[in-house]
Design a protein around this ligand. Sequence first.
Ligand code: NAD
Ligand code: 6OD
Length: 495
Amino acid sequence: MLDCYDSAEFAVRSILNYIDGNFVRGKRDFADMNPADGSVIAQVSEADQNLVDQAVSAARKALWGEWGRRTVRERAASLHHIAHAIESRFDCFVSAEVADTGKPITLASQLDVPRAAANFRAFADLIKTASLESFRTETPDGKDALNYAVRKPLGVVGIIVPWNLPLLLLTWKLAPALACGNTVVAKPSEETPATATLLAEVMKEAGIPDGVYNVVHGFGPNSAGEFLTTHPDVNAVTFTGESQTGAAIMKSVAPSLKPVSFELGGKNAALVFADCDFDEAVNGVAESVFLNTGQVCLCAERVYVERAIYDRFAEALKRKAESLTVGWPLEKSTDLGPLISSGHRQKVLSYYQLARDEGGTLVAGGGIPHFGNALDSGYYIQPTIYANLPETARCVKEEIFGPICHIAAFDSEEEAISLANNTKYGLAASIWTTNLKRGHRVAQQMNVGITWVNCWFLRDLRTPFGGVGLSGIGREGGMHSLNFYSELNNVCIRL
Ligand code: NAD
Ligand code: 6OD
């Protein structure tokens, strides 16, 4: 599966920074691990301050070069070329993403890589038709004018993304940033550097001028992440990751007042009403808890079920959790791969223990699986369900980011709404009911950025995406992305 890496120098052995169209080595390397078996798959070259400076200065220079002169139509065509180039290297992107994250090959093939291409296509199409305000103005003292807004790039955009959906989340920000004419310095997660680097080759193939897309590798504090967010020549920072990291980045951008877009953590609820389509709800809730081994910001970690069906639903969810195949990511039958790292598995296991200490009842899972082969060196964990925890338990309050949920009963719609909203986070919710009026009524009372009714993670890229409270600042998606990644210049012409 990894053969297609061999065409590039950054490949399995060495993943380099990409600056001004060249792959560049830094002074230090760090290891890129395959979470499926704990093996080292690459040495990644860390960007120091000097390399980040070079990347930002290449991006700034590119703003005023050929890229800056491309029309909206030409930029849109470039985005379509990128989408096409990703598709023509589909298997390479899939294998790179699987090796870095340990996610099942079916998931990378059906979600991550297709969405990367779709992100470019969606914003290519949108930028061509995006309208801007204009007003015919008549002032009280009789002057006549035409006002119209012009969309301009922000400049150099720093993109910082996490490891759970590396290519999907990078391109979700990169595509609208490029559509608006910006140039970019991207810092992928230290855990998943491969696909951002592979994308650099695609940029060349798609005819994107050097310096428009740059990649720097490294960590957060005192490394490439912080060097990027504090850089005086970076005009805006767009970040997806943990809420605490968002807070740290907010501090570092404050002195230069950079605009930020933050897509952060979640502690999402699923509300299952007795009038739901039972099987659809069991399958949908199971997917929302366990997809990507629970490492999706939108995953439900709190499942509330109307008391009349609670016992039956809890039993069905338990059977579903126990039927999931945890295993080797390259097997088509695998449902759940490993967690991203040994450290993250330690964290999730500590919550499994905490749930017991806090008085929870184990419904399913609760430990690590044993395979009796090389997979025992990977970071696998059992899909897990707890019940009977108090609402104040840390396991019910804090984001765990693993394949775990707490399940509890509710007695009324009002109680369900109040339980769902009893969190400092506010990213997503799902509601399972066949009562259409209830679906609308409850959805509109969810204190989150995204509510799904009888589905989960069903995406239309034109819709607003983001969170409230600890889950983020601002919205991306459709016109919201275009408005973040551009400045409007209002022109007033006296007629
Ligand atoms: P993280 O915050 O630890 O890291 C994300 C990125 O930020 C990485 O590239 C990291 O190197 C960088 N970083 C860390 N500290 C930094 C600093 N001080 N300055 C600059 N950069 C810094 O997150 P993670 O563990 O990679 O990802 C999991 C988290 O991301 C979860 O909390 C999850 O909910 C969240 N997430 C949110 C969304 C969303 O759309 N809301 C999507 C995916 C993941
Ligand atoms: O679908 C998207 O556009 C998106 N940003 C998903 C985020 C998933 C979080 O892990």
